[in-house]
Design a protein around this ligand. Structure first.
Ligand SMILES: [Zn+2]
Length: 102
């Protein structure tokens, strides 16, 4: 299954190269560093809030995983820079990745 198939099912996986062990982001089935095969690491990953903004009554934050992956996520509580969060919900909506963290 591809990263997007997993994401569609609500599961966030981290794409990692079989050969050089680097994280491949944006996700791809072939490593952008060494052209090796990429597998998906499953887990309950913790990310860190790097920045956030507020739009209407909703907070959005940039969350970084494994010092490499940066995603934009919705958060329902007031975010704090540097705080650890986990993905509570994810998917693809209108062709875009969608994430919510707690
Ligand atoms: Zn590689």
């Amino acid at each position: 299954m591809s990263f997007e198939d997993k994401l569609t099912e609500g599961e966030f996986c981290i794409p990692e190269c079989d050969e050089c062990k680097k994280i491949v982001w944006p996700p791809s089935e072939i490593c952008s560093h060494c052209f090796g095969n990429v597998h998906l690491k499953e887990g309950d990953f913790e990310g860190k809030i790097m920045e956030f903004s507020r739009q209407n009554d909703q907070y959005f934050c940039i969350v970084e995983f494994e010092n490499t992956i940066k995603i934009m996520a919705k958060i329902s509580v007031t975010p704090e820079i540097g705080k650890s969060v986990k993905i509570s919900k994810c998917g693809i909506s209108d062709g875009n990745y969608f994430f919510q963290v707690i």
